[in-house]
Design a protein around this ligand. Sequence first.
Ligand SMILES: Nc1ncnc2c1ncn2[C@@H]1O[C@H](COP(=O)(O)OP(=O)(O)O)[C@@H](O)[C@H]1O
Ligand SMILES: [Mg+2]
Length: 364
Amino acid sequence: MFVNEIKIENFRNISFMGLFPDKGINVIYGENGQGKTNILEAIWLFTGCKSFRTSKDSELIKFNSENAKISVEFESKLRKNTASVFIEKNRQAFLNGVQLTSPRELIGKYYSVIFSPVHLSLIKDGPLNRRKFIDAAISQIDETYAKKLMYYNHLINQKNALLKNTAEDASLLNTFDIWDEKIAESGAAVIKCRIDYLKMLEEIASDIYSGISDKKENMKIIYAGSFGFESESTDCIRENFLKNLRKNRSNDLYLKNTTCGPHRDDIEILIKDISARKFGSQGQQRSASLALKFGEAEIIKRIKGEEPVILLDDVLSELDLTRQNFILNKIKNKQVFITCCEKETVSRLCTGKVYKIENGNEVK
Ligand SMILES: Nc1ncnc2c1ncn2[C@@H]1O[C@H](COP(=O)(O)OP(=O)(O)O)[C@@H](O)[C@H]1O
Ligand SMILES: [Mg+2]
């Protein structure tokens, strides 16, 4: 999959920019705060997902402008497409001239994988970032997943509000059984999707990891649930989830929070059968993060038959030469946008186009 043309208007610090990217490597360089990541963010929005930096669409509009617009021509195996994303109060998307009911309808039409310094610390960070990673990865290949997750989060918010209000209105307690059943059913569906995804990811990422580590080490991925289940069937997960919601009820009432469920789950990465988060070296943790991210790209390719557009935001300069070379090897035959501060970091390997960005403009 390739982006042939991109036009950006009143987006972040960019008033207007038009680019005709290379089908291989595109280097975007310039000093800090000039608008490099903004370009990647604009390209990312065609995944149909929210920005990787903010959930508030209005932040994307250039200060003092009323709206922002980004248009692309992209080429998938099947056809050339034009798409645009228009941002006013929220995002609206158009594909081949037709307005979509939601930008999410772009999912399955265009694919990207973003890799930024946040992802380099994926292994050692708290569970929230690992959940975000896996949720975003599944959302791109399964249009129904984001809906499942949103519904689950909605139920949890409602339940937590009830937990807070029971002190004043004890009759609310009677409604808990019904809420818990809904939560267990919807949460089990979320967990099932995550477990299935992680199985695929483990197979691919462990291969990639052993490639980076010179076949010396193995990597495993485990779904670290906030409650246990004997089998991975959706029914079994649901039953155990319900059991735990009931068991935790008095504690949850005391804490005014639902303390188990997919919103509390984690992913554990093992290297040589030991927790990489707790015991891994920085090098092992970074290699594992790379393996997860390139695993995400490989899954898109296998399942959807399209190479995702790769967005590498400021990561190369953070890595040693071996890992840099590993990345540059992995991105062959893909379209890539790489941002960096020094042109030299990538120019030695770059055969594509180079864009210099200053104050939201491309300078020749
Ligand atoms: N909505 C906005 N309107 C105008 N400028 C913005 C907006 N959001 C961010 N910026 C500006 O964009 C710049 C950061 O751009 P960014 O792409 O993150 O820089 P970098 O080149 O370091 O990747 C900052 O100068 C910031 O003030
Ligand atoms: Mg940046």
